[in-house]
Design a protein around this ligand. Sequence first.
Ligand code: ATP
Ligand code: MG
Length: 233
Amino acid sequence: MGAQVALRGVSRVYGAAKALDDVSVEIEPESAVALMGQSGAGKSTLLHLVGGMDLPDGGEVEIDGRSLPRRRLDAHRRRVGFVFQRFHLLPALSVLDNVLAPVLPYRVDFDRRARARELLEAVGLDGRERALPGELSGGQQQRVAIARALIGHPPLLLADEPTGNLDSATGEEIMELLGTLRRHYGMTMMIATHNPELAASCDRLIRLQDGRVVSDDRLEPSEDVLHRIGRLG
Ligand SMILES: Nc1ncnc2c1ncn2[C@@H]1O[C@H](COP(=O)(O)OP(=O)(O)OP(=O)(O)O)[C@@H](O)[C@H]1O
Ligand SMILES: [Mg+2]
């Protein structure tokens, strides 16, 4: 079951600049939300707060109706998958070990290696378990990063410009993959993007400007989008 996310009057301040200024939004479980807005609008800041990688200066972030604590956020972080623009794979580790890395320090109630192999197959990389990241294309590296993000069965997937370092055809493949995985695993997904096509594949588009929400629209998937994501024949 996907996580329910709410921001209630959230602010994040850097010196005189407000990276986020009194942002309130509620996000339904298993929905896909695109965050758009100019560089500096606050998209990454918002994702970091939801992911428990940063703390707000005011307001609350709630997950499933409970405010995130201000300390001991590691338990929350383990329940969140994060995909970055620049992949951030560990270059000396194999593909399989990169996917396993987030759960290696913890006791888990599932078979890690079986889960990693299942995910590598789901992202189209079965047979590449022993490759090093440097032997893969950018799109393949992002697929590894997506598998790594999902290793702990997260109910919430956060992606910060996941297609930003990829050519448009590869970006489209990654976008489709994220949509397929979200539906298959029933995750809530929040994606910061400058890519209008990626945003259009989401259920909802929130625009930020100078740290504030300036529009918030439900998206009716166009037929073109539905065809591309395989919901129509
Ligand atoms: N660690 C930091 N220290 C100081 N200012 C910061 C820091 N992180 C973000 N900011 C500022 O907060 C504002 C929002 O930044 P943020 O990175 O969230 O924007 P963004 O929408 O993700 O932009 P981009 O599209 O370029 O990724 C910007 O004005 C930025 O300069
Ligand atoms: Mg950013």
